[in-house]
Design a binder for this molecule. Structure first.
Ligand code: KE4
Length: 427
């Protein structure tokens, strides 16, 4: 049916909203062409304003693990609306979701809700700096933790040198306190701990990276980070905004048996409404205002509709067989795509973590940003566009993930593999 209406709306949108979008990755810049504007979604499908139907593997970048318009979640939100949309005052709903959250993530004694993953990681950094009375932070090249200034910082000339802003507007004086190590390389972390003149407050790491594409932690890497943090008196912050509830009902820390000092959550915990969270040990969390001196706040933090969506989503995720079903469909699709690529003579490397995966257009395995950035992004762009034309809605970037949901059916997977067989041909 073409995408004429999307193109028309984009023209108007671009006059009013930078790039016509409210989050850059949605603009399709990495793959060319213009974005399709969405009109509605249901289950595993998403529909654009021209009436095209797509099988949706973005799922709002992770939150829609139950599928769009899940009947239980939608009904609960509709009922909640009639009780009011926001009070700016405490509600029992926040306590219910807090209880559920610390039950799912027993490494947390307490949790604070915010409205995005960015807010969660930004606040976690402030808390770690206050708790340790140190300014330095270590992150990993290729990992993304939202757009707060200290985290929009790339490696300087060498891994152990001061960070430099990864975006104009990030103050160099702040960026220099952020150090970038190489993922899966404990020596690069040790070098920073040893060389950084200032003390390191924390190491922040994605539970399983999904923002350079999915990259699997090598055996012992995460444990090594935890041990190194203990040795140097730094906190380990595990950013599970993407991996939490996606790798299992307890995130990467449950899969890899890691005990982080602070965990950040988002996406799924809001069931499609704006929720982020950060939580950790009592002695750290109690430093947060109003119990302690570390200020952090938010008008819509703990919003009753968002809490309702989160509670309902987590309730459904605990149903028997949920993750077995998710993992089965994830592996069926990931293996199928790898098989087709091989048959079509296209070198790919597939990385699967729970119910998310990435097909890297790479001749070799991807273990860090250096490997990932060597992927053939032009070939990915062609693949993406061909799949979109066949009604398959993938993340418009090689450095993102496929998010499987419970609403994806065997028929969806068959149709996706059929489309892939055509897309890989002559790629
Ligand atoms: P938000 O502020 O977008 O809610 O969360 C930031 C964030 C923090 N930590 C991790 C591990 C994340 O993946 C994210 C956000 N993920 C991207 C997808 N790669 C969101 C999509 C977008 O930016 O539009």
């Amino acid at each position: 049916m073409g995408t004429r209406k999307s193109a028309q709306i984009l023209k108007k949108a671009a006059r009013l909203i930078p790039g016509g979008v409210n989050s850059p990755v949605r603009a399709f810049k990495a793959v060319g062409g213009g974005p399709v504007f969405i009109k509605k979604a249901k289950g595993s499908k998403i529909y654009d304003v021209d009436g095209n139907e797509y099988i949706d593997y973005i799922g709002s970048w992770g939150p829609m693990i139950l599928g769009h318009c899940h009947p239980g979640v939608s009904a609960a939100i509709k009922k909640a609306v009639d009780r009011g949309t926001s009070y700016g005052a405490p509600t029992e709903l926040e306590v219910i979701l807090a209880e559920e959250t610390v039950k799912a993530f027993p490494t947390m004694d307490m949790v604070r809700f915010v409205s995005s993953g960015t807010e969660a990681t930004m606040s976690a950094l402030r808390l770690a700096r206050a708790y340790t009375k140190r300014d330095g932070i270590i992150k990993f090249e290729g990992c993304y933790h939202g757009h707060s200034d200290s985290l929009l910082v790339k490696a300087g000339s060498g891994a152990a040198t001061l960070g430099v802003p990864d975006s104009p507007g990030v103050v160099a004086d702040l960026a220099k306190h952020t150090y970038n190590a190489s993922y899966n390389d404990l020596d690069s972390v040790k070098a920073i701990f040893e060389k950084a003149k200032e003390g390191i407050a924390c190491v922040i790491v994605e539970g399983v990276p999904g923002n350079m594409g999915v990259v699997i932690p090598k055996d012992g890497f995460l444990k090594g980070l935890k041990d190194m943090c203990a040795k140097y008196g730094a906190l380990l912050i595990m950013d599970e905004v993407m991996s939490g509830f996606r790798l299992c009902y307890g995130g990467a820390q449950k899969v890899f048996k890691i005990d982080p000092d602070i965990t950040c959550l988002g996406k799924i915990i809001g069931g499609g409404l704006p929720v982020g969270a950060f939580g950790g040990k009592k002695k750290i969390m109690e430093m947060l205002s109003p119990s302690g001196p570390v200020y952090q706040a938010g008008t819509l933090s703990g919003n009753p509709l968002a809490m309702t969506a989160g509670i309902e989503t987590l309730k459904n995720l605990q149903k028997k067989g949920t993750y077995e079903k998710l993992f089965k469909s994830t592996n069926t699709l990931a293996d199928g795509l790898g098989e087709i690529a091989r048959r079509r003579g296209v070198p790919v490397h597939t990385a699967v973590a729970g119910s998310m995966f990435t097909v890297f257009f790479s001749e070799k395995p991807v273990t860090n940003w250096k490997d990932a950035s060597g992927a053939n992004t032009a070939r990915f762009g062609k693949y993406f566009s061909r799949m979109l034309k066949s009604g398959i809605y993938l993340a418009p970037s090689q450095f993102e993930a496929v998010f499987m949901g419970l609403a994806h059916t065997k028929d969806d997977i068959a149709k996706t593999l059929e489309a892939a067989d055509k897309a890989f041909k002559g790629l």
